[in-house]
Ligand binder design. Structure first.
Ligand code: NAP
Length: 525
């Protein structure tokens, strides 16, 4: 499927997308507490899942639940044959749904399989403003947009008010099928793709005119795989600000859910009133992702993390020359003409942090150009971060030495940057001069091995500044040792945060909100 349509809201979907919280208590008392909580946290409506109740006395229980709900109600009594918990008689189940309608429920959700008969049975009696949602759940995969379109037509033919299609993601691009359907549907439509790969279908519902989306009360109270909390929807992803023309950014990775980038970028976008949102993109196939989401306002810019930093290079139209040399990218911008341009902001983040560290050294004379120029710069490690540091330092005129456990990798990188190679164990006795700069990019000392260090403490006396790319923990053993030997230190968190500044500038052409980023990093470390 090529590019998603830019005009996003369809003619029937011109109301803001509602946030509905599933109420999953096993007693009526629990459900009442949950409904009040849903109201407090900002949901617009609740879905009362009767099939979760351990004991259920239809008339009094429905009366209590519906009349005491602080929010509009959807009543759902999901049978096991559609993924729910109700195992009893089908006629009784449908009687309960009809009773819910009579007792004032705002919506009922009925399954496509029985919807024709059910809708016929209530058509004379439907109260004003009462709506029937007809739903179809696929727990295996996401069919083609055409097949889903046919399904929506079948749902519409039942005479319902709202169509609900729920599928399962095997790839993030499956969400595009649901987006297309939501845009083109003739009746209000709810489209959800379940699973972590379907996250964007939940969050981008307002962009494509979805009638509602579901948000959980708590992380452990979800009614479907991939559901996120209302709190995260509203606070982390600024759901209420998402509109048809909102630009979509995100971080591509696998795994990606741990990334704090959405927290930083969404807060930054909001602080300057940018109509943009940034989300987690769990991507398996980068090329397929960019081919599918190819319109200028979708995947307008991406951060890129493990394992895609190298593979993504091949999908780019243009690559920044240093990023090309490093062989890895972490920042992608889609130009208005659709072309993808890539950068490596890791090296900029690390090198500017080290330069500032050198500038701050006691007694340092102001230097014209980079304070790294002419310095002996020892890089430990020759992986992704090692390449960024080695190329970055070489570009600033440093004399680079690459030391790595696997000597061959050190040699290869050293040759590329015009430096010297050695094994990691040789660094201990390497001190041709004083005042050198050391940059650790190995994972030695990273959580949980926090008592390890790549180089003994006594060898640090020859360095005026020590940088560690590791940021978990912030204070590594290497940096603690370096502090004690009197060297200046630069934290890995500084590289992390500065590479974020660069990404923000590339995405928006605006100055990065540095204080905001720093406060958020501190608060959520
Ligand atoms: P990578 O590509 O997998 O490279 C890992 C490097 O560590 C290789 O040079 C590897 O040597 C070396 N290494 C691993 N285990 C070792 C051991 N037990 N003894 C000696 N050397 C060992 O990983 P990366 O992406 O470069 O990341 C490396 C570190 O930098 C990680 O801690 C990561 O969190 C951090 N990092 C930080 C930032 C930031 O913003 N602060 C950004 C990127 C990365 P061999 O070649 O011999 O395997």
């Amino acid at each position: 499927m090529e590019g998603l349509p830019l005009e996003s809201l369809n003619s029937v979907g011109n109301c803001p997308t509602l946030v509905c919280t599933p109420i999953l208590g096993t007693t009526v008392a629990q459900m009442l507490i949950q409904m009040r909580r849903a109201n407090e946290i900002g949901a617009d409506m609740v879905e009362i899942r009767l099939d979760y109740l351990r004991t259920f006395n239809p008339t009094p229980h429905l009366q209590t639940l519906i009349s005491q709900s602080p929010l509009p109600t959807i009543v759902t009594y999901r049978p096991t044959w559609e993924g729910g918990k109700y195992e009893g008689d089908e006629t009784k189940r449908q009687d309960v749904l009809r009773l819910a309608m009579e007792l004032g429920a705002d919506y009922i959700d009925v399954e496509l399989q029985v919807a024709d008969d059910f809708n016929r049975s209530i058509c004379e009696k439907k109260p004003h403003n009462f709506k029937v949602i007809v739903s179809s759940h696929n727990f295996h995969n996401t069919p083609s947009a055409e097949a889903i379109g046919n399904l929506v037509a079948r749902i519409q033919a039942t005479g319902c008010d709202i169509a609900k299609i729920v599928t399962t993601a095997s790839d993030i691009t499956d969400c595009a099928h649901i987006f297309q359907i939501m845009v083109h549907s003739q009746i209000p439509t709810i489209g959800i793709v379940m699973g972590e790969r379907g996250l964007i279908s939940r969050l981008l519902s307002p962009k494509f005119g979805g009638y509602l989306t579901y948000g959980a009360l708590e992380e452990d109270a979800i009614s479907a795989p991939g559901q996120i909390t209302v709190k995260n929807m509203l606070e982390l992803y600024n759901f209420r600000l998402i509109k048809a023309d909102t630009k979509v950014y995100g971080i591509i990775g696998k795994p990606v859910g741990h990334s704090k980038s959405p927290l930083l970028f969404n807060a930054a976008f909001k602080s300057v009133g940018l109509n943009s949102v940034y989300m987690h993109f769990l991507v398996d196939d980068v090329e397929k992702f960019f081919n599918t989401y190819s319109s200028p306002d979708f995947a307008s810019g991406c951060s890129c993390t493990i394992p895609h930093k190298e593979v993504a290079l091949k999908c780019m139209d243009e690559v920044d020359p240093i990023a090309k040399k490093i062989g890895a990218i972490n920042n992608i911008v889609r130009r208005p003409d659709g072309k993808l341009i890539a950068f490596n902001t890791d090296y900029i983040g690390a090198i500017t942090a080290i330069e500032d560290g050198l500038r701050g050294l006691d007694g340092a004379v102001p230097v014209v150009g980079s304070p790294l120029s002419g310095k002996m710069f020892v890089v430990l490690g020759a992986g992704g971060a090692g390449k960024s540091l080695a190329y970055g330092a070489a570009q600033k005129g440093a004399r680079v030495v690459v030391a790595n456990r696997t000597f061959e990798r050190a040699k290869e990188l050293a040759e590329k940057v015009g430096g010297k190679a050695m094994t990691l164990s040789e660094v201990e006795s390497f001190h041709p001069e004083e005042g050198m700069v050391l940059a650790n990019t190995t994972s030695v000392g990273m959580k949980p091995n926090i008592d390890q260090t790549p180089i003994p403490k006594h060898a640090l006396v020859h360095y005026c500044l020590v940088f560690d790319a590791i940021y978990t923990p912030k204070d590594t053993k290497l940096l603690r040792d370096a502090k004690e030997t009197g060297a200046a230190i630069v934290y890995g968190t500084e590289m992390l945060i500065r590479q974020g500044f660069e990404q923000y500038k590339n995405f928006t052409a605006l100055p990065a909100p540095e204080d905001l980023f720093r406060q958020l990093m501190e608060k959520h470390a």
